[in-house]
Design a protein around this ligand. Structure first.
Ligand SMILES: O=C(O)CCC(=O)C(=O)O
Length: 304
């Protein structure tokens, strides 16, 4: 009788566990780590303003090494988007090197993108290509927002809603991601400070890079307006080298406006001339449009 009861309890527990895993975790099947379970409950909230979470060991060593090896020979000096024209430009604000890995490039990259979608509950198609970054000694990314203020960059996929920053290496000193405008909840203790933070890292809630860990933060409030507390920076690397990979995620599909020649066209013969005169930024509603209502000169404005 006792035997029957304990066997029954074991079966019941196993059944309950597998039902629980349906609610708490998503199984990802991909080349990198087949059957890896991504569970939002494994992430620790580090800040409420901005909404930010850290997931320890989100990437395996194999995934980290793979991203670094794809990037190593392709690195170029990182650029920033001009606040008005949206065009890419070099700036002392950002001194790292980087490159983009096309979406779904291989089973490992695709698997990482599946895990990001499962963790964030945001569709894979809303994500940009992964950007891999290398910061050498002294290199940094000054405080900035991930949402754009120009109309050109939000024409594709709308605003960036969230960012997943994956750390591919440990960094001995410096290189933290810091949120200088973060506000701790008055009734809640902030994250336990990670010893050995640099002076820059002490300017707000900070995450020290540890290989495999991932940081998720939201740039928009749930009502879709920009969250000013999401200002963040990559602190200068003081000792060691920092490799990271960024996935920016938009409110809408980032894949919808891929360059399909038949849909990427100007509707007016003067578009090229108007674009050269700066009309893409002066008159974005007509020239570029929005994800819902595409503009008339999208090809000349280079948004498709
Ligand atoms: O490297 C970091 O810690 C910050 C990177 C970053 O802000 C970005 O890629 O948008």
């Amino acid at each position: 009788m006792i035997q029957i009861t304990s066997r029954f309890s074991l079966l019941a527990i196993a059944a309950l566990l597998s039902i629980a895993s349906l609610f708490h975790g998503s199984v990802c099947s991909h080349g990198g780590s087949p059957g890896a379970i991504v569970s939002a409950s494994k992430a620790r909230q580090i800040s409420w303003k901005p909404r930010a979470f850290v997931y320890k060991k989100f990437l395996t060593d194999e995934e980290c090494d793979h991203l670094i090896s794809l990037a190593k020979s392709e690195l170029k000096r990182s650029a920033v988007a001009d606040g008005k024209s949206g065009k890419s430009k070099l700036s002392e604000v950002r001194t790292s090197s980087g490159m983009f890995i096309s979406k779904g490039k291989d089973p490992i990259v695709s698997g990482i993108e599946d895990k990001i979608a499962a963790w964030t509950f945001l569709p894979k198609e809303n994500g940009e290509d992964i950007q891999v970054l290398r910061y050498e000694h002294g290199q940094k990314y000054d405080p900035h927002y991930d949402y754009f203020s120009d109309k050109v960059n939000i024409a594709r996929g709308g605003h960036r809603i969230a960012t997943v920053l994956m750390y591919l290496t440990d960094v001995e000193k410096g290189g933290e991601t810091v949120f200088p405008f973060s506000q701790e909840h008055p009734h809640r203790k902030g994250p336990v400070p990670d010893g050995n933070l640099s002076e820059c890292g002490r300017q707000g809630i900070a995450v020290k890079p540890h290989r495999g860990d991932a940081l998720l933060f939201f740039s928009l409030y749930p009502n879709a307006t920009p969250d000013a507390t999401s200002l963040h920076a990559g602190c200068p690397v003081i000792e060691g080298e920092k490799w990271s990979a960024t996935k920016w995620i938009h409110v809408d599909s980032f894949d919808k406006h891929v360059d399909v020649t038949s849909t990427c066209k100007d509707e007016n013969a003067s578009c090229e001339r108007w674009a050269a005169l700066g009309e893409c930024t002066r008159n974005p509603e007509y020239m570029v449009g929005s994800p819902e209502v595409p503009g008339s000169c999208r090809r000349s404005c280079k948004v498709c």
